[in-house]
Design a protein around this ligand. Structure first.
Ligand code: IPE
Ligand code: IPE
Ligand code: MG
Ligand code: MG
Length: 309
């Protein structure tokens, strides 16, 4: 009976509908953030919202909410601001990643990059503004205040550690300093784990913590997040070679132009795809004990390597 229910639900579940619904919730929440347009210069807020609302896939905030659901939380509404905080950090990382001193990209989310649309100084400040907004959201009064203070503090620790010099910022530093060098496979895995995997893993783990997951569930989801996080960046590398820039809203061929070490450059396209697929199997395996409420996470894992944007 249980198996039958699971099969029925699996057949009925439509990932696109799920993603659309969750994206709508996240976008509505981002749009209704209390932007104080009186005090800070309007141009700063304009640049922050330009990049934030330019239409990303919102995969990190969706993962945060889906992880909370997977551990049995029925009402994720109080956690939307944590999901928004993670998206704000991600958007800041993209604005800075595109700067001339970093990847020097002109197109992001289908629009001119923040420094092209505004100017470099404004783009740097917009990134700074979004990064710090995240911690404002995580610590402010609002729906998250219903979460016990120790749990909130733990989530702030998880996210700040993943975003900073033990995680994403470290990865970005290695990425920049290793341009033109041929990294070993282990070095490349570390780079990708840090620059992209860490925040994705943190999104999953924070959702699990906020949703009231047990220790064993949180550990399993940490492993899931780690695997999909690395697979996400391997797929980003693959799409940089063979993706369609119109669909992706960003330029392709840039990794080769910037002499980046990537999975395709190290092992070729097919072996990179096989490696990403193996990571997704590992991610699925990590959460095999979860019930049907983890179905969105199982489907998102597949989407991460099948996506074309
Ligand atoms: C792109 O991330 C940068 C990486 C860390 C690989 P996404 O592919 O999630 O970008 P958006 O948010 O959809 O624009
Ligand atoms: C982006 O990595 C990682 C972060 C922004 C932290 P990439 O530089 O490979 O991603 P894209 O291809 O520009 O989106
Ligand atoms: Mg980069
Ligand atoms: Mg880049």
């Amino acid at each position: 009976m249980l198996l039958l229910n699971r099969m029925n639900l699996t057949n009925m579940f439509d990932l696109n509908t799920y993603l659309e619904e969750k994206c709508r919730t996240i976008n509505d929440a981002l749009e209704s953030l209390p932007w104080n347009t009186d005090n800070p210069p309007g141009r700063l807020i304009e640049a922050m919202t330009y990049s934030l609302m330019a239409g990303g896939k919102r995969i990190r905030p969706v993962l945060c909410l889906a992880a909370a659901e997977a551990v049995g939380c029925g009402d994720c509404r109080p956690f939307i601001s944590a999901a928004c905080a993670i998206e704000a950090i991600h958007t800041y990382s993209l604005i800075h990643d595109d700067l001339p001193a970093m990847d020097n990209d002109m197109l992001r989310r289908g629009k001119p990059t923040c420094h092209v649309r505004f100017d470099e100084a404004t783009a740097i400040l917009a990134g700074d503004g979004l990064l710090t907004l995240a911690f404002d959201l995580l610590s402010s009064e609002g729906p998250l205040a219903s979460v016990a203070a120790d749990k909130r503090l733990y989530v702030i620790q998880i996210i700040s550690s993943a975003a900073g010099c033990k995680g994403m910022v470290a990865g970005q530093a290695i990425d920049i300093t290793s341009e033109g060098q041929k990294l070993t496979l282990d070095e490349l895995k570390t780079l990708h784990d840090l620059k992209t995997g860490a925040l994705i893993e943190a999104a999953v783990v924070s959702g699990a913590v906020l949703g009231g997951g047990k220790y064993s569930q949180i550990s399993a989801l940490k492993q899931y997040g780690r695997c999909i996080g690395l697979a996400f960046q391997v797929t980003d590398d693959i799409l940089n070679v063979e993706g369609d820039p119109d669909l992706m809203g960003k330029s392709t061929g840039t990794d080769e132009k910037n002499n980046k070490s990537t999975f395709p450059s190290l092992m070729g396209i097919q072996a990179s795809k096989n490696f990403a697929a193996e990571l997704i199997l590992n991610a699925q395996e990590a959460i095999s004990d979860f019930d049907v409420r983890a179905l969105p996470l199982r489907e998102i894992a597949k989407y991460i390597i099948e996506r074309n944007r």
